[in-house]
Design a protein around this ligand. Structure first.
Ligand SMILES: Cc1cc2nc3c(=O)[nH]c(=O)nc-3n(C[C@H](O)[C@H](O)[C@H](O)COP(=O)(O)OP(=O)(O)OC[C@H]3O[C@@H](n4cnc5c(N)ncnc54)[C@H](O)[C@@H]3O)c2cc1C
Length: 400
């Protein structure tokens, strides 16, 4: 691809993509509607696989906090504290996005700080209109997030069952040094507290077609009031946004590229359907897209996405209902409290070194060590329950 390329959106997907293209001599313009000083509704958690699988350096030249512990709280308030073998790196999205965009601008990317109002086909290319100007491009890339104008113009809109609604607060005084994840009985989603650089993020997400925002806010308030004092919760500022959470089988059928257009990151629906982690997928999809554009092999972009992580996300979508069904988290917490075998599985899930495809095999392999852990705690009444659960988990993970 050698013509003029327009990238709509300077989030992680758009900035990383334009960096890779400009570095290789392509003529790239990035459109971004937000000022670089504006906060983004994101907890800013970067997992280990981002640094191990992509070219983002672990020693980021921006303030970053390494979080080494996590508390997982089941609906009945039983919890387990786990030590993360690979810490989660927490950054502010303002710094991270600015860093990525800055790298791209150094290689000659042109930035237009304006909202794109429309993209229209013109011959073999596109006319992109932003502010008072309209310009002609040969190729357009929608890296404009979950409300993507490009996606809505060239492909299909997200349905409410294809995203999480997320809302919550940035809070100054929570003083946590661990990531807290709280589950609720029969609730398809979870609440979180993420320690941050300037503030903590305390939020909740739930499947878009099941929950309305007031419902989510009430659940979050109930959780926060139980764990934190009024004083800690003062000075909070609200946020609400959406995260892709695609249901089953969609990952090998995603309409993410066509004649002279492509989508990346959230705009393409690429985020973990269970956890909502999206930064890794934004960066990874940008890398795959850059490779395809530079090699003129755009026809293989969707299949490369599927091979690199789409299969894994499909598996996550398949497991989502089971994951949030009553019993799964409670018993996982019981097993993790008993000892290191289940804690290691959870730690690896966090970092991404445990994928969803081989999770069943890993859990089946962990049955005996988990049972040994439970026996060592001498909490016999937990044994029957935990054993029942491990068997249940193993049988529900169909197919292998
Ligand atoms: C509350 C919350 C917490 C989250 N926490 C985490 C986390 O801890 N870790 C993690 O990995 N993921 C997290 N995510 C998901 C993550 O934020 C996204 O998956 C990620 O930002 C996707 O990057 P992107 O570049 O595809 O899109 P975005 O980051 O959304 O970037 C899109 C960009 O396009 C711009 N834009 C949109 N429309 C236009 C237009 N018409 N013209 C010009 N510019 C436009 C936007 O201003 C934006 O800058 C969270 C999401 C939410 C909502």
């Amino acid at each position: 691809m050698s013509g003029k390329i327009a990238v709509i959106g300077a989030g992680p997907a758009g900035s990383h993509l334009s960096y890779l293209l400009s570095k290789n001599g392509r003529d790239v313009t990035v459109f971004e509607l937000k000022s670089p000083h504006k906060k983004k509704p994101c907890a800013g958690g970067l997992t280990y696989k981002l640094f191990s699988d992509t070219d983002i350096p672990e020693d980021l030249p921006i303030p970053a906090r390494r979080v080494r512990y996590s508390r997982i709280v089941s609906w009945d308030d039983t919890y387990v504290d786990i030590t993360l073998q690979h810490p989660v790196t927490v950054v502010t999205r303002k710094d991270f996005d600015r860093y990525l965009l800055g790298r791209s601008l150094k290689f000659g990317t042109r930035l237009i700080n304006s909202r794109v109002k429309s993209v229209e086909r013109a011959g073999n290319g596109w006319v992109v209109s932003a502010g008072a100007t309209s310009e002609q491009y040969d190729f357009i890339i929608g890296a404009d997030g979950i409300k993507s104008l490009v996606r809505n113009t060239v492909s299909v809109k997200f349905r409410t069952c294809e995203f999480y609604k997320a809302c919550g607060y940035y809070v100054k005084e929570l003083g946590e040094d661990k990531i807290v994840i709280k589950f609720f009985h029969g609730f398809h989603g979870y609440a979180w507290v993420f320690p941050g650089i300037e503030y903590a993020s305390a939020g909740i997400c739930g499947t878009g077609d099941k929950y309305r925002t007031p419902h989510l806010k009430a659940k979050l308030a109930e959780f926060l009031m139980r764990y934190y004092s009024k004083d800690q919760l003062k000075n909070k500022s609200p946020f609400s946004w959406f995260i892709p959470s695609m249901p089953l089988v969609n990952f090998n059928r995603l309409e993410i590229a066509g004649k002279n257009w492509a989508l990346a990151g959230d705009a393409a629906g690429l985020a973990d359907p269970i956890t909502g982690e999206g930064i890794y997928y934004a960066i990874s999809s940008a890398e795959i897209l850059a490779t395809c554009l530079l090699a003129n092999t755009m026809e293989v972009y969707p299949s490369m996405i599927y091979e690199r992580f789409g299969q894994n996300l499909s598996r996550a979508a398949f497991l989502k209902n089971m994951f949030f069904a009553p019993g799964f988290i409670e018993n996982t917490v019981i097993l993790a409290r008993a000892g290191p075998a289940m804690q290691a599985v959870l730690s690896d899930l966090y970092s991404g070194s445990q994928d969803y495809i081989s999770l069943k095999r890993r859990i089946v392999r962990s049955v005996l060590p988990c049972m040994k852990d439970v026996l060592c705690t001498k909490k016999w009444r937990n044994l029957g329950r935990a054993f029942g659960n491990v068997t249940q988990i193993a049988t529900k993970f169909r197919p292998w």
